[in-house]
Design a protein around this ligand. Structure first.
Ligand code: RUQ
Ligand code: CUA
Length: 654
């Protein structure tokens, strides 16, 4: 025990030494030479070449940047409330944040991935995982809005997620923390062999993208850290890194660092899919939310699902194998050809690369080294493609440029290292400022990466930016990788802690970007499609206001007969049919955010007036020269008054 603690202390001091930035900061690297500046300069009015969708980490959101400029375009609300867009505040989107734990308006979003067709990025949807209360969200890239969230049962810490297979057959969610399945009240010390880890395969409807859990593979109680799909020759397989194969439940920094090798789990999902399609697996009681936003009604619904299909890997022989992989591997990355599976062993001096072809041969020849809970373990030597010797310290993630090179981030030595697939030689290295986590090459998780830039997402940025109090901005760095050597081009701040990102050429998305919602397609139950139909309706203590907006007034804009204690729903339809003309609305004391209503859309907020008086409401979005004139009044009378319910526009209420 003493030795273990000693070695942990030693490792920690290495870590501290490498993450203190004082010396590195002095070398200003001359990155912003004029040629670097030119490479990231996008002239006013010009467009960026790539979109980058960068995870918001603990902000729970997904942010959209342009590359190479590093300009922020939008923060898409996904798992967290967003007052700017009324996400989670308006009645239409509140159901998006429903879970089996109730309304959960926050998550830790990690790894975005873009949908694919035939192994190439198709630019239709982005998927991203919520790590804390296990969920997967789908963002529609025609509207840049979250349109679906599915909760993942039997899971905790949805981290090996949300990676997509090469025809978007599945988006995959693996649990980081193993737990009792089903959950139950039991002693924590009985973790070993009693806790299990679920790997969930969530099918994606090819047309609408609707998600549905096809099956959950119930695996031994390890921590399933990251994953990537096979592609090309390895299409039909999925690979997951594991750590804590020791099955420790306490002081994991020591107790989960005992085994010389953990595993990459290779899962033949095609085989399991066949098994399931033939009635295999068992339906297990469960309780998880499936939240879908409908573009026709501009509203989300939340449905609680009551069962899920689980599969015991031992029931599908030949479907799951363990590939021994040194020292608590983190990233699990598959090259564009589908041949190489890179295990980024956090505590290993070398990078391990497995060969898919060799894996198949070992399986064919039944060369098994042992088993873990009945799952065959292959021989390390039999599946090894090669080793990148001593490339750096603390490897985390690897991406590929499609030209035979791999790029791996090293957290402890704080650098991106470029090496060659097949020869395993290191060909270049560039420092990161500082302590890089993930990296992204547009299309990097596909058969066809666009190997022009690599984006490094860093964990520490002290002294890179103007100070902003104890918390310094989160940051990414852009490198040009079009030449033999990488060249640092740009630092830019990011939202939340960026984990992974997904990128693609802007041309894949731009032509499909929606400009407005057609009024005639608006099926919102409280939509008002012209001013003549505006009205105010009382139903007991509930008041529904059917209101419209158009430059530059609300209809109606004077309302009387509302009483203290009423529940007042403002249902507001934006009648504009022009690009980029939203209107906003809010009223004093409303316990929600403003609404930001797109052309042709209907949104609703609830107001519960607590005080008598005459209260103004106004447009919150500067929509025209007469935006400041876009306002109105609601008269609130005592609860027992008999002020008649009346409304008007352009004339006085008599
Ligand atoms: S993880 S670096 Cu989800 Cu590697 Cu963040
Ligand atoms: Cu409408 Cu400002």
């Amino acid at each position: 025990m003493r030795n273990i603690l000693k070695s942990t202390v030693a490792l920690l001091s290495v870590l501290v030494a490498f993450t203190s930035c004082d010396t590195a900061s002095k070398s200003n690297s001359g990155a912003l030479s004029s040629s670097a500046a030119e490479k990231v300069y996008v002239a006013p009015g010009e467009h960026d070449e790539f979109y980058a969708f960068i995870s918001g980490g603990f902000s729970g959101q997904l942010s959209v940047y342009g590359l190479p400029s590093g300009r922020l375009f939008k923060v898409i609300p996904v798992f967290s409330l967003d007052a700017e867009k009324a996400y989670g505040y308006n009645e239409e989107t509140k159901p998006m944040l429903n879970t089996s734990h109730g309304f959960v308006p926050w998550d830790d979003s990690h790894h975005p991935d873009i949908s694919q067709t035939n192994g190439e990025i198709d630019g239709r949807w982005v998927f991203i995982n919520g790590n804390n209360t296990p969920r997967i969200a789908k963002i529609d890239l025609s509207t840049f809005e979250t349109t679906e969230i599915i909760e993942v049962p039997n899971s905790a810490g949805n981290h090996s997620s949300s990676f997509v297979t090469e025809n978007s057959e599945y988006v995959v969610a693996g649990t980081r923390f193993s737990i009792p399945i089903p959950q139950k009240d039991m002693p924590i010390k009985d973790y070993k062999s009693n806790f299990k880890g679920a790997l969930s395969f969530i099918s994606i409807d090819p047309k609408h993208g609707h998600m549905d859990i096809k099956f959950q593979l119930i695996m031994p109680g390890f921590d399933y850290d990251l994953s990537h799909p096979g592609r090309g020759k390895s299409h039909g397989w999925f690979f997951f890194t594991t750590y804590n194969t020791e099955e420790a439940s306490t002081l994991l920094e020591v107790n989960a660092s005992q085994n010389d090798k953990d595993f990459i789990a290779a899962v033949n999902w095609k085989k399991i899919e066949d098994y399931v399609n033939n009635g295999g697996g068992t339906m297990m009681p469960a309780n998880y939310a499936h939240n879908v936003y409908d573009e026709a009604t501009h509203s989300a619904t939340s449905t609680m699902k009551k069962e899920v299909r689980v599969v015991n890997p031992l029931d599908v022989p030949g479907a799951v194998y363990f590939l021994p992989t040194p020292k608590s591997p983190h990233g699990c990355d598959v090259d564009p050809s589908g041949e190489y599976i890179v295990g980024n062993g956090k505590l290993s001096a070398n990078l391990t690369v497995h060969s898919f072809t060799k894996m198949l041969a070992a399986i064919e020849n039944n060369k098994v080294a042992g088993d873990a809970y009945g799952i065959p373990i292959l021989n390390f030597e039999d599946v090894l493609a090669g080793v990148v010797e001593q490339p750096g310290l603390g490897p985390l993630h690897t991406e590929f440029d499609g030209k035979g090179n791999a790029y791996t981030t090293f957290f402890i030595s704080s650098e991106v290292v470029k090496w060659k697939l097949g020869t395993w030689e290191v060909v270049d290295r560039q420092p990161c400022f500082y302590s890089v986590g993930h990296l992204m090459i547009p299309g990097g998780n596909s058969q066809k990466p666009f190997g022009k830039y690599v984006l490094a997402m860093n964990k520490i940025t002290k002294d890179r930016y103007l100070p902003t109090g104890p918390e310094v901005t989160q940051s990414a760095q852009l490198y040009d990788i079009s030449g033999e050597k990488m060249e640092l081009l740009l630092d830019f701040p990011t939202v939340g802690e960026p984990h992974y990102a997904a990128g693609c050429p802007a041309d894949l998305i731009k032509p499909r970007s929606k400009k407005l919602f057609k009024l005639e397609d608006n099926k919102h139950p409280y939509a008002t499609l012209n001013e003549a139909d505006t009205k105010v309706v009382r139903d007991g203590k509930t008041v529904h206001i059917y209101m419209t907006t158009i430059r530059s007034h609300f209809a109606p804009d004077n309302i009387e007969g509302v009483k203290v204690g009423d529940k007042v729903y403002f249902h507001i339809t934006n009648l504009e049919q022009d690009y980029d003309v939203p209107h906003g609305v809010s009223i004093i004391g409303a316990n929600t955010s403003e609404l930001l209503i797109m052309p042709g859309q209907t949104e609703t907020f609830l107001w519960e007036p607590k005080q008598i008086g005459v209260w103004p409401f106004y447009c919150t979005d500067f929509c025209s020269a007469l935006h400041q004139e876009m306002q109105g009044y609601v008269r609130v009378s005592p609860a027992n008054s008999n002020t008649p319910l009346k409304w008007s526009l352009g004339e006085d209420i008599e």
